[in-house]
Design a protein around this ligand. Structure first.
Ligand SMILES: C[S@@+](CC[C@H](N)C(=O)[O-])C[C@H]1O[C@@H](n2cnc3c(N)ncnc32)[C@H](O)[C@@H]1O
Length: 369
């Protein structure tokens, strides 16, 4: 027999803890239902009818709700967050993916999808043309053979070889790089949604990379995760490398030699995406306590005197690493829409487009190399 326990049952007791912690009614209700669904597998109706009978499960959810009441984000308490329809692992040390970032992913998927289709159509068109040409050449060859009475010599010019390499590159598929991957949310969602596209992702934090790798496995996608500090990449020019060779000690030199040529591949990516740290330290006071006290500082904040530091560095790097007409996508601080657009135009990017998020704030930028 089922009882309606409502405010006196487990649901009511959990909600009371949150309300006493200062949470408003609607949010408290949503959090309790979420915890009971994820931990106990209950529907809202089952949650409302459950008794607080001192069971192990009941004790567990009561403990979780106390942590939330003290300010810990519910996603850390549960150990997971939803993003683009995926259930991703999150833990302290890794930023909880935000709903605004889902909109950035949608934009990338739309644009990459368009390019992928265009590439395939072009390739198919070229193959058809090539097929026709080959038929023609075969006929000509046969005629010549008949005239000269001998076989044709195999000739492979440099031009043929270059064309072959270009075609191989296009067949290999498109490549995307996610800079500052955190939980891997952007990279994993892109790998899931863009079939045949190779996804790479960088982060400076080992903790983040460990979680991101787990998320890649969880979602059954292949992403190449690497530890890279994007603010300390050296210019990838020959002169710079030579200078490094002369001035650095052997130990440093080894990392330098390993890091640069492999990391900064010229004309390599079809798109670079990033949601880098972008909150100024002065904005800290306006933020919710559970964000400031629980989420990783290094994932959130930039110095007040250089708030665009990541955008500048990534955009400069993109000038070399993006293919011709490659795309750069950024999530931005709503205060700096105009500044980011100006920065990108100043670096020679074209067709710079600023978009708002679902709350009407300037939030995303796309630019073409
Ligand atoms: C705002 S979080 C974004 C995380 C994730 N992409 C998302 O959208 O939820 C920024 C990420 O950049 C990483 N990061 C900070 N400084 C970095 C650096 N110098 N090089 C590479 N990654 C960095 C942080 O560790 C963090 O994971």
């Amino acid at each position: 027999m089922l009882y309606f326990c409502g405010m006196n049952g487990l649901y009511g007791n959990m909600k009371r803890v949150l309300r006493e912690g200062g949470m408003e009614d609607g949010e408290a209700r949503a959090v309790v239902l979420l915890l009971l669904e994820k931990v106990c597998g209950w529907s809202a109706a089952e949650a409302l009818m459950a008794e607080d009978d001192g069971s192990e499960e009941g004790k567990r959810v009561m403990e979780m709700v106390r942590r939330v009441a003290k300010g810990e984000p519910v996603q850390y308490v549960l150990g997971e967050a939803e993003f683009c329809g995926l259930r991703l692992k999150v833990e302290k040390g890794v930023l909880i993916p935000r709903v605004e970032t889902e909109e950035l992913v949608e934009w990338v998927v739309e644009e990459m999808g368009l390019r992928q289709r265009r590439n395939i159509e072009n390739l198919m068109g070229e193959e058809r043309e090539k097929g026709k040409e080959e038929e023609g050449e075969e006929e000509e060859g046969e005629e010549r053979e008949e005239r000269e009475g001998g076989g044709l010599q195999q000739c492979c010019s440099m031009e043929d070889k270059r064309e072959g390499e270009e075609e191989d590159r296009r067949r290999e598929g498109m490549r995307v790089l996610d800079v500052g991957t955190g939980s891997g949310c952007i990279a994993v969602a892109l790998a899931k949604k863009l079939e045949g596209v190779k996804v790479e992702a960088w982060d400076v934090s080992e903790e983040a990379l460990r979680v991101a790798r787990e998320n890649g496995k969880r979602c059954g996608v292949k992403v190449e995760f690497r530890r890279v500090d994007v603010l300390n990449l050296e210019p990838n020019s020959k002169t710079q490398e030579l200078k490094n060779l002369k001035t650095q000690k052997t130990q440093n030199l080894k990392t330098q030699k390993l890091k640069n040529p492999k990391t900064q591949k010229p004309n390599h990516y079809d798109a670079i995406v990033s949601n880098p740290p972008y909150i100024c330290e002065v904005e800290r006071g306006e933020m919710e306590v559970n964000v400031v006290e629980h989420e990783p500082w290094g994932a959130l904040f930039v110095p007040d005197d250089d708030p665009l530091v990541f955008y500048r560095k990534i955009a400069e790097m993109g000038r070399g690493m993006l293919k011709e007409r490659g795309m750069l996508f950024f999530e931005i601080n709503r205060r700096f829409g105009r500044e980011v657009v100006q920065l990108l135009e100043g670096l020679g990017y074209r067709e710079v487009e600023l978009r708002q998020d679902m709350f009407g704030n300037d939030r995303m930028v796309k630019a073409i190399k």
